[in-house]
Write a protein that binds this ligand. Sequence first.
Ligand SMILES: NC(=O)c1ccc[n+]([C@@H]2O[C@H](COP(=O)([O-])OP(=O)(O)OC[C@H]3O[C@@H](n4cnc5c(N)ncnc54)[C@H](OP(=O)(O)O)[C@@H]3O)[C@@H](O)[C@H]2O)c1
Length: 289
Amino acid sequence: MNNKSNKLSITKKSSWSLILAAKYFKLDNFDDTSQVTIEKVLNKKKYKYKYNIEKQEVIDNNFDIDEYTNNLFKLYLPIIFNSKKTFLIGHLAQTLDGFIATQSSESKYISSQENLIHIHMLRAISDIIIVGSNTVKSDNPMLTTRLVKGENPMRIILDKNNKLGKKYHVFTHKDDNGYKIIHDKLKPKDQNIFQLPLINNQFDEKDIISLLTKLNKRIVFIEGGGKTISKFYGKNLLDKLHLCISPIILGKGISSFIIPKQKSLKEVYEHKISYMKMGRDILCDIDLF
Ligand SMILES: NC(=O)c1ccc[n+]([C@@H]2O[C@H](COP(=O)([O-])OP(=O)(O)OC[C@H]3O[C@@H](n4cnc5c(N)ncnc54)[C@H](OP(=O)(O)O)[C@@H]3O)[C@@H](O)[C@H]2O)c1
């Protein structure tokens, strides 16, 4: 990182605009190059940075990179510039004792406002959001990017028996970008539905990914809950997991991970991880591929 003193200063909003500029650069340029130059005029000044994709580093820049901007670059550029056809990132906010909600499904909000903004930023750089049916039933989320600049991506809910009614925010939003995946033997009358076969009464996550690839969705954000993320994790299909640890203890609740228990510590795989302070929480950035 170049640190000459005659550099432009940058606001938090402008730092985020430079991340969105990277997203649209990648959308227009499918080639896998080793480094990219992103330019964007903000407040009548041209901001410019060069990013080395392999090293995941900004190697030249004409503006001051403070801690906030550096964190945005570290969090989002490796996701935007990944070379995979379909890249799956999961996010969960959990308590110190490993719960994503109370036993009565209250989860708003386990994590800080800073983490909530991070979730909206993840939505904005993603091409699609996936959540399980329990999350929609409990939280009735909109799954939009309303806290930050950026477009709302398509949202897909896994609802195999088509039990969720149309009343939920994700289906009533004016952008009409809320969809469901349901069982392929059902005959739905509603719009915005995809259908997949059930195997042992579950969708095969690989079929879900094939559907997303057909829809040309590259960055897939799996936003919960624990059951849904655990299924992708358990089949080694997640590329990255952001686990936000909040400084609270619940005693009992809904677990982050529902996976087969490990018999011995010798069998446990150690993940590659980096940490970042996010408000009063700690974000673990875990690379899984
Ligand atoms: N703290 C956080 O970060 C966070 C994030 C999101 C949600 N939450 C909380 O987490 C709780 C919900 O989480 P959860 O773990 O209980 O459930 P969930 O993951 O939201 O939903 C699980 C349901 O999704 C459907 N599903 C998922 N994968 C499927 C597959 N491969 N095939 C078919 N169906 C599939 C199934 O629905 P059906 O069996 O009904 O068909 C399954 O029971 C709520 O309390 C919510 O508030 C917390």
